[in-house]
Structure formats: C-alpha cells, structure tokens
Design a protein around this ligand. Sequence first.
Ligand code: SF4
Length: 604
Amino acid sequence: MNGYGGKILRVNLSKKTSTAEILTPEFAKTWIGGRGFAAKILYDEVKKGTDPLSKDNKVIIAAGPLVGVFLPAGAKTTFASKSPATGGYGDSNMGGHFAPEMKYAGWDVIIIEGAASKPKILVIEDDTVEIRDAQKYWSQGSIDAEEMLKKDLGEDFQIAVIGPGGENMVRFACVSHDFGRQAGRTGIGAVLGSKFLKAIAIKGTKAIPLADRKQVLKLGKEMFRKCFESASLKIWQKYGTPGVVNWANDIGAIPTRNFQEEHSRDHKKLSGEVMRQTIVINDKACFGCPMACGKYSHTKKNTDYKHDVRVEGPEYETIALCGANCGFSDICDVAYANWLCDQLGIDTISAGNIVAFVMECFEKKILTKKEVGKDIKFGDMDSFEWLVKKIASQTGIGKILAQGSREAAKAFGKGAEKFAMQIKGLEISGYSFRNALAMALAYCTCDLGGHHNRAWAITHDLEVGRKTLKGKPEKVIFLQHARPMFDMLGVCRLQWVELGLELKHYPKILKAVTGFNYSEEDLLKISEKIWNLTRMFWVREIKDFGKSYDKPPERFYEKGILNKNNYGRLINRYYRLRSWTKNGIPTKKKLKELGLDFTIKDLQ
Ligand code: SF4
C-alpha cells in the first residue's frame, strides 16, 4: 500500500510471541495513521476498566503516512495507552528518528500487550523480531541504557527506552529516544515498565512505496523552499523553543513558583540567548527537519557549574517547569534538572510541577521536614535532586509523589489540593492562562489533561484581545482538530505554526504519497472524529466523567481575567459548538455523524 509499511506488529510479552498483521487500506483510509491508528486500536482492544499498570493495558506505537518521506520533518512517533497518570486516554508524541525506522522496517504500528516476568528488550530488524533478555540494561538511566544498546546492537538501530522511573512505574514516566527526545506525557513509560519492557530497538532497510514519486519530490521541495524562505527559520535554528522564554515572560505566561505568578524576575538568565552563549554546544534535528530546534548543552562549556552534564535541552517547557516554576535562576540548574529527569526517565513537565508543588506545600507548612525527609525550598537544587530521585525510586515521600500531584495532594490533605496544578490528573504545561481565556479553554478541554499542545491558543488571546470571549471557543475547536492532524500524519507541526507552511500543503502531499484524495476539510473532519473518539474513551473509563473534569485549578481564578463566570460561558459555548450535551458528553447524533456508532454503547 503506497505510503505505508502495510503491516502491524503485535508483540505479546506474556506469550513471548510476535505476529504480523495486515494493515488494510480501509483502516488506513479511515484513520490515516499515527494518533488515528493509536486511538482506534486502543479503544477497540483495551477493555473498559483496565488497570493502566496491569498486563491488560497495551502500548500502541504508530507512525503516519508522511513519516520517513521527502518533506519537512516527517519524524513523529505516537505512543498511546490508557494513562496511568489520569486513568483516561493517553498519548504522547516524540520526534527523532524512531518512526521513520519503523516505516523502513515495514511496520506502521507496533502493539505491545501482555507482560514479561523479567526485564526484556524488543529487537526488530525488518521482519525479524526478537524478545531478548534485558537484565544488564535494567536499572540504568535512559541516556546510559540507550548508549549501551547502541554499542551492543549498532549505531543504526533507533531506540526507545525507559529509565528507572518507568521501571518503578512512576505514573508520569516517559519514553526516551535519541538521547533527549521524549514521549513525555501521560505516563507511557510506566506502562512499559509494568510490562518489564526496557527498550525497543528497530532498524529497517526497506523503501516506502509512493503513489507518485515525481510529485512527492516536487511538493517536498516546495515545502522545504517555503521553510528556508521563512524569516523565523534562523531564529529557530539558533535558539529553538527557549527563544520564547522572554516573550512568555513579557506576555505574563511563564509559570513561576508553582504558578503563583506568571512573570519571573530571572527570565533573562533562563532565556534562549543566555543559554546559547553559556551552555549550547550543538544543534540537533529530528528526521528531515530544517528547523533543528533541539539544542545540545554542556553545563561546563562556559561556566564553572558544579555538575558536569551533557543533555539535549533544556527546551522551553523544561525551562518553564523545572526552571522558573521551581524558582531557579541559573540555566545550568535547569540543564542539570533536565539531565536528572532524562536519566531517571520522568517527564520534565510533570516533575517540575510536582517538585514545585512540594516546595510550596513546604513553604505553607502543609509538609514538614519529618514528612519529606529534608528541608525543601524554592530555587534549591538539592531539594529538586532529592525529590526526583525519591520519586523515580518510589522511596520515602517519593512513593506518594510518584502517583502524580492530584493523588499526592489527596494523600497530604490539609488543603494541599489547592496547590496541585493539574487538570484531569495531568500536570499543567508551560503556559499559565489566568489572563488568556482561549488558552484556559484549550487546557481544560484537552483530551490528555493539562497539556498545551493540542491547542496552543495563547497567541489568539493576544491577537483578538484577552478579555473578549467572542470567537474563542471556535478557535480552540479549530486548533484541536488542526494541530492533532499533524500527529495523525506523523509530521511536526512547528513548520506550520512557526514557518508559515500552510495546511493546504498536507493533503496535496498526502495524495502524492498515498494516492488518497482528501481535502483539507476532510482531514480536519477525520481529526474531529478522533477527538470525539478520545473523548468517548474518557466517558467509557470514568464513571462520573463530564464537565467537572474540564475545569482549571481554583488558583487560576485568582488575580487575573479568568473567572467562573467567563469560563462558564466559554465552556458552555464550546460544548454547544461540538454538539455535546451540557455536561460535555458527545451525543448519539454527533457520534453517528462522525461514523463512531461503535462507541454509542459506551454512553452512560
Ligand atoms: Fe524536531 Fe524541532 Fe524539527 Fe519539530 S521543529 S521536527 S521538534 S527538531
């Protein structure tokens, strides 16, 4: 089938088997790829009520039809699972080179099911699939384990690996790849850990069949040319996402000291400019990407910082959450925090949030030295290091914190819930939204929990005015279809967001790659269908799911534009526009319209 490997690999770790299944053209046409494949398979195959950390949960790894072909950044891999962080739908998207290698090996999807009884790695070389012993890699940090695996298997294997956090089933453990790319959110590393699967290594040598090779080359060239003509390209190449630190501070969005504020007086010291001068030693790109937003850093490059580490990053989210949000003012501290989280295999966004949560609880005397095991304060690297190591090993207070801030706050009591910055159990990422109403709606309705990337609507708030409500639900809905569409195709969205590539390029090149004739509207409609499917996953899994889950922590109603009245108006209109009930549940009519009839039985 053009544009696809044409096969699904099913690995059952309990039975120690692997089988190849055919990816049918009908399935490919309906769900396109990446997030679409992952969400559908997860819905069909993970039974209602499954414990996310049991052998019955599955991890779906999916590439898209534009992965690995000649166009800007066909690099993205989707990992999906029932999330141990939230109990709802979970997925996370990773750059690098893993998905292209999957396609070259002939696999569009890898389904990991069951659980091994001892540590294992999965080694895939084209059609050959082996489940091998992994004792020697177990307990190793993600960066170290990847290095060992590359040494043992060969440099040309692409590797996805978990760290001790995943092994110990920390509910926000990530999957790491290429020494610094992460499928960071929703705890998929913990699901792999629960299955005793340390790593997946893959190498492929096949070509991807194309419907119209000449046209792919023509359109791909055109898209690259557009990227190279963009005035923003050089800035992105130089600073990557840390280039937005000063901007995020100026617009009042950078989370500071556990989201108590959104301006950091130290923002300049954490900026992309300072980072470039002091610690960046190289630029790093995902497969086929002209932007190279990855920055590789060495803390000893131009400083006498006490820890000598090399790390990919920190990128903006890590600077925001592990930096300003934890009260740090030295970019080396952030790089070190980044390295710690990467080695331990935990998501920097959730980790930064949870450490800041403990810092504030300690400041407010909700937690004591006796309970934590140490004095904890904002801006103190010893506090950060102590806490993340406790979390990753699930020892002492780390046992509670490893459940995520929602559960930890419940366990601590004494009003701690007020300081847990999470939505649906997922810690909030790096854009505070007290003064950004569209962004608030985007976060609260995100199908993962408190994550910005589905609809990064904060620029819309600035464009149309912060206080106005008009048009904001419409814009959020558009973004929630447009941005995840890229995850479905398997391409990075930053070339569209930042370099001015237009949406219209994508159906054109999709046609040249696959032969499928979709318009821009068709692709957005499929993305809407997936959005409703993931919503139905939440409805099916969580008994009282509805409006009460689509709301911000109370702190966001303090000191800003956002209040219960304007938020209520936004969410009500959002539900109406989506043709959902007043409680935010998709209606039968809507599900039928989208071809999601098979989910109707799960309406409660
Ligand atoms: Fe990867 Fe950054 Fe390029 Fe996107 S812009 S493909 S994240 S290097």
